[in-house]
Design a protein around this ligand. Structure first.
Ligand SMILES: C[S@@+](CC[C@H](N)C(=O)[O-])C[C@H]1O[C@@H](n2cnc3c(N)ncnc32)[C@H](O)[C@@H]1O
Length: 300
């Protein structure tokens, strides 16, 4: 779309205070956080343990092998904790390596573990790296992981293909990778508005799920992906007085105070685009947006 001009403001991605406020609202408007947590706690642990069990049968060792977990860009660890809680109930020995560039996030993750009141989780041996995955990849090591988990982090990588190759190289035989990321075409409002070049003033990035699947397949991985259907309530987007609508607009455009600072022409085009797109629909008086995530599972 040409002619809408650059949005003259600063970006949500670099304003952590504002992002926190937005995210608190976003959590109330979408069911995706709850659904991802449910998947992490009810479905994925069985898959990871099932694959790991094949190693145990093959090796028939007297002492069960340590289960090695790798969390990348774990943030405050909510989703990692959902997985690790279940794993820790069923596996006697777990070591978890976490790589996360934000010291604040790591502190939150540690706090969540200490406050969870779950003894099994507290027995996990954690190794914390305050580093991006790109920095981690340069550290010399020979650890192979039975489970690697990434949620909502692909878009931050400079070279997704290079990270994919690295992750596959550090995946143990019969190991499992779970990637939760923005789903693609016509199932996700973020994919639609952040698609490269669609709105030149939007600075956000997306990883194209099909490309990620193809990258793992080139490495030789067995890959399956599925959509986790999620809905975002966008009813307040058109209400100029609504705080929730304004913050949601900021999240979708990546621009702080977008309603006040963006050129009116941009706002009109942006909201028209959303209303006309296949990801929006009306139900029971609400204006709803598809907000699916894609679950990519890779096995070696
Ligand atoms: C949207 S948050 C997702 C956090 C968490 N995985 C979740 O699902 O709630 C993205 C996280 O990725 C981290 N991050 C950003 N760039 C990264 C990189 N290059 N390598 C690893 N993590 C990164 C950020 O610090 C942030 O905690």
């Amino acid at each position: 779309m040409d002619g809408e001009g650059k949005v003259d403001s600063h970006y949500v991605a670099s304003n952590h205070q504002h992002y926190k406020r937005i995210y608190q609202w976003y959590e109330k408007l979408t069911d995706r956080i709850e659904k991802v947590h449910r998947y992490c706690s009810e479905t994925f642990p069985d898959i990871a343990i099932g694959n790991f069990a094949r190693n145990q049968e093959r090796d028939e060792t007297e002492h069960p092998e340590v289960f090695r977990y790798f969390g990348v860009g774990s943030g405050s660890g909510d989703s990692d904790i959902a997985i690790l809680t279940q794993l820790s109930k069923r596996l006697p020995r777990i070591e978890a390596t976490i790589t996360e560039p934000s010291d604040k996030m790591i502190a939150n993750f540690k706090l969540a573990i200490s406050e969870c009141g779950n003894d099994a989780l507290q027995k996990i041996k954690f190794t914390w790296n305050q580093a991006t995955i790109e920095e981690y990849m340069k550290m010399p090591q020979d650890t192979k992981f039975h489970c690697i988990f990434l949620c909502g982090v692909l878009a931050y990588f400079k070279d997704v293909d290079q990270v994919v190759q690295y992750l596959y190289s550090v995946l143990a035989e019969n190991g499992t990778i779970l990637i939760v990321t923005e789903s693609g075409n016509e199932t996700n409002i973020f994919y639609e508005v952040w698609y490269p070049g669609r709105f030149p003033s939007i600075n956000e990035q997306i990883a194209i799920p099909d490309n990620v699947v193809a990258s793992f397949e080139r490495c030789g991985g067995k890959v399956r992906s599925s959509n986790l259907e999620c809905i975002l309530d966008g009813s307040t987007l058109v209400d100029e007085e609504s705080e929730s609508g304004s913050l949601l607009l900021d999240l979708l455009t990546g621009v702080v105070d977008c309603r006040k600072t963006a050129p009116p022409e941009f706002l009109r085009q942006f909201l028209d685009f959303i209303s006309d797109s296949n990801v929006s629909f009306k139900q029971e008086g609400k204006f709803l947006l598809k907000n699916d995530r894609v679950l990519i599972i890779v096995q070696k």
